[in-house]
Design a protein around this ligand. Sequence first.
Ligand SMILES: [Fe+2]
Ligand SMILES: [Fe+2]
Length: 474
Amino acid sequence: MAIDYRERIPNNVDLSGNRRLQRALESWQPNYLRWWDELGPAGTQRDDVYLRTAISVETDGWANFDYVKMPDYRWGIFLSKPQAGRTIPFGDHKGEPVWQEVPGEYRSALHRLIVTQGDTEPASVEQQRHLGKTCPSLYDLRNLFQINVEEGRHLWAMVYLLHAYFGRDGREEADEMLERHSGDPDRPRILGAFNEPTPHWLSYLMFTYFTDRDGKYQLASLAESGFDPLARTCQFMLTEEAHHMFVGETGIMRVLQRTCEVMDELQTDDPERLRAAGVIDVPTLQRFVNFHFSVSLDLFGQERSTNAANYFTTGLKGRYHETRIDDDHRLTEALWPVHRLQDNRIVCEDGPALLALNERLRDDYIVDSQRGVNRWNRVLEQHGSDMRLELPHRAFHRAIGEFADVHVSPDGRLLTEAEWHQGADDWLPTDADHAFVNTLMQPVTEPGKMASWIGPPSRGINGQSIDFEYVKFR
Ligand SMILES: [Fe+2]
Ligand SMILES: [Fe+2]
């Protein structure tokens, strides 16, 4: 299971044993590198970045840290170890041996799942490509680049599956991954949230907390798949994803720490005075939470979904931690509570669990999102502030599902059009908020120094100190 780095494409799937596949991927590789050059982190080709690279897929100690120029990063194909005798854990095929090849009747559904997941990976790199110019510290810059190279590797993971298991269709689809671009009016990325710009570091930290977490839940449910190569691919991707959410959670916490320090110093929570002192006030942070949380909730899809039911019944996509759930794993009779709109009220009603799988995954996501918010609030509490951040109601500001056509306040009240327009500026980031945040985005590149609006991390990367030179510019 060791990864062979002498190969052009590092891998633990014995690529050299399949010359056709190896040649196909080797001919995709220059296109990928060209894409990285054109749409990856802007102007960073020669910088030395202190990055971690996978050296094995064992759970402990898979990472090696060293200075790397990002275009030389060894993007490769890494699958978690196979589990001997693994059986399909859910759906109509529960208990049958997992598939090592794509079952003909599920080919197009699997193809769609892999393409949709794969498309998000390069999209986020494109969204974040200009952030390097305004980094709040070298530590943060290094973490941004780590995330970017790993999202690039996640694209490799999905492209491998397409090339290895979907023949010509798969190869064409792999090419298109590099032809659609985030925000491109003619050839946009597939999912809405991945066409939104990431205009500054506050958006980026919110994105890595809320939107990468959607990724975690999608990957975790694909990691249960009866199609074993997909399951193993996603299991390994999850180990990388954890760092992305860590960046978001600790990043927002450091923003709050800095805000609290200045609130203490000035003995005020007046947004204008705090802004003048170069920190981000709590109501502004709340508006960004509202935006990024609601946009991320949309990524889970319709509350009632026959597609999701089919993915489950056919054994392609499970629930979060499927094998740890204590039930029949078929859900033919089971019920699940779903939020719905009824007679101009929001109600929560039991319906068939099979149709509610998107909603169930969203429920898991909301619980998980709340944990970090609680930790953020502890910072406010420790500083004696009685302000708190809150997740808005799940029906707030939704563009997909039951609540797409109604206006709902952050505390879950249905609103008239007029009430919505009256409140919207208090609930969602305004142009003025973005403009203010952008004034703070001055690059800080001296080792150990932090921008005015964010506190230092509690520790450095891989045991290095906070003032370690995480990026060397060339
Ligand atoms: Fe990813
Ligand atoms: Fe990610």
